[in-house]
Design a protein around this ligand. Sequence first.
Ligand SMILES: *Cc1c(COP(=O)(O)O)cnc(C)c1O
Length: 370
Amino acid sequence: MDVPFLDARAVNARYADELKAAAARVIDSGWYILGDELAAFEQEFAAYCGVRHAVGVGNGLDALSLVLRGYKELGALTEGDEVLVPGNTFIASFLAITENRLAPVPVEPDPATFNIDASRVEQCIGPRTRAIMAVHLYGHLANMSALAALARKHGLLLIEDAAQAHGASCAGIRAGAFGDAAGFSFFPAKNLGALGDGGAVVTNDAALAARVRALRNYGSELKYVHPFRGVNSRLDEIQAAMLRVKLRHLDEDIARRRSVARRYRESIRHPDIVLPAVGIEEQHAWHLFVVRSRRRDELQHHLQALGIHSQVHYPVPPHRQLAYAALGELPLPVTEQLHREVLSLPISPTLDDEAVVRVIEGCQAFGDAP
Ligand SMILES: *Cc1c(COP(=O)(O)O)cnc(C)c1O
C-alpha cells in the first residue's frame, strides 16, 4: 500500500458521527447563511486564537484581502502603498495585496526556517511601505517579535497570513494574535479544514472587525442598508458547524503532527537531505514537513518508486508567475533556490507509525549522487 501525501477521507472519518450530527442540525434548522452556527464558531475560534474578534468569510484569500480592504477603508492604507511579503509564499498572499491595488514587495526568506528574513526587512522599507504581511509558512511561526519591533519602529501594519498555522504558538500566544489582524484558511487540507471552502479574519481591532463583517455581506450592517461597496464572502452554516466539531480536536491533531515531525527530525540523517529548523516545538504546527535537497527531483522520484507520495510547495515562486510578469526580474536568489530544493514529506494526524517508518527508511535509502 502506498503512503499517501494526505488522506482527507481518513482525516474526517475519525469524526464522521459528530460531523453528520452537526450537518443534520443545520439541515433541520432551515437557516443556512449567517446564523447561530457561524456566530458560535466565530466566538470559539476567537477564543482559541486568543483575540477579541473572528469574522468567518468564504476562504483564506478573501480573509487576507478583506483585512487589507478594511484597512484601506479605515484610512490606514491607500492604493499604491507597498506591502512587504516573503518571496516564497503561496500566491494567495500576493493576490490579496494586488486585488486591493497595493504593491507586493517580496522579501527574501531565511532558508533555515523558510520564513521572511527579518534582518532583510528594513532594507526593503521605502517611503510608500505601509504594511508587513508575515506568512507562517508550513505552519512555522515567523519571527514575530522582530517583525513587531520593525512594524512599531516604522509605523507599519503587521498582518499575519496564518492560513497554514492554526494553533502554532510562542510563549502562550497563538498564530493570529501577534499582528494587527490575521487571515486564516479552512481549505480542507489545512490543519483546521472545513469540508469545503472557508476562512476567517481575526483581530483585536474592533473597527476593523466591524468593517470586515459588513464588507463580507454586501457592505451591509443592516439588511438593505449599504454604507460600503462590499462583496459576498461568508462562511456558511454547514461549514461553520463542521469547523466547530474539528476545532475541538485541533490540538490533538497538532500533537500527532508534532510527534511525526519529531520522529522525522530524529531519524532522517542523509548528507543530501536538509531537515527543517525549529526553535521551540510549540512554534510549529507542522502543516507541512518540508526538507531541502539539491537533488530534490531525484529524491521525489526515489520516494515515488517506493510508493511514498511527496509534493513541492511550491514549484514556482509568485514573482516568476506569468500573473506577476512585472516582478519577474527582481533578484531573489534565496527564494528561487528554495523553490528548486523544497520537498514536502507526508505528514498528517492520520499517518500511522508504519507509514512514518516507511518514509524514514525511504529517505535513508536515497542513494549517493551519481
Ligand atoms: C491556503 C493558503 C491561502 C489561501 O487560502 P484559501 O482558503 O485556499 O483561499 C493563503 N495563504 C497561504 C499561505 C495558504 O497556504
